[in-house]
Design a protein. Sequence first.
Length: 301
Amino acid sequence: MVEADVRYPTDSGLCAHAVSRLKRAVDRVNTTGLAARTRFRDRRRSAGKIVRRVSHALGRRGSREQVDRLTGELHELARRCQADARRVLKSARRGLRAGGRRGEAQVRRLAQELDRVGRVIDQTAIRLAGQRTIPDRLISLSDPDARPIRRGKPQRPTEFGYKASVADTPEGFVVSHQLYVGAPYDADTLEAAVAGAQAIGMRVRTVLADRGYGNAVAEGALARRGITDRVIPRVGRAAPVERTRAWRRRYRFRCGAEGRISGLKRQRGWNRSRLKGHAGARIWVGHGVFGHNLDRMVALS
């Protein structure tokens, strides 16, 4: 799990952030001379007041109803800003057709912001209607690819970011890594990890993994890659071979991968990506792997 560099997402916070981002996007369009006469009301101060009222209401008796009511007010503010920004976008596009390409990037950015804000407004309306679980929920306007991922930890049951897959060697080199949007099942990521190692010329003979990879999907992926030696405990009832001393000794060797992941998180920035979007997060974790492998080369030289 690689966390995205985002604030904890709430419907009220996302609506307030939408009001602010639309205002900034409209200002950038206006600085180019486009849509200068189209009215756009600045509602950031009103949104800030409501957000402070939300924070004061949290933890008090009857706070759920009060927070929902205040979230509805923020939702209405965001909806009005969206309507104003659409008029600005329409006027700016007319100006582009009449006056050339100056301001095209700013207009494109405003259209992108409107698309993301529309998703926030729609999902907030669904939440206010009583549906608390929304698939593919947008959790950040600045990092739209980040997703909520259930971890099951008592302190932090849900984290927000991307799921990472790592394949390493007995010498400690990371030879394959992938970063996924959302939270695919572990077994669904195994073939890509093995394929990444084979793509750089490795002859993969044995695969060691934890119980999350112990099902028919993973076995099929390894069979397609020509790997028959696998030290992976089965999901559910343990296979007879898992009770043998030799198998348990080989499986304990897999625990080194946990230390590798911990090192990537603590020393190489995998705990939180500071670059936005899935593409930025991939660059971030790739640099972490590069630094880790350089350290291993020095240590073994």
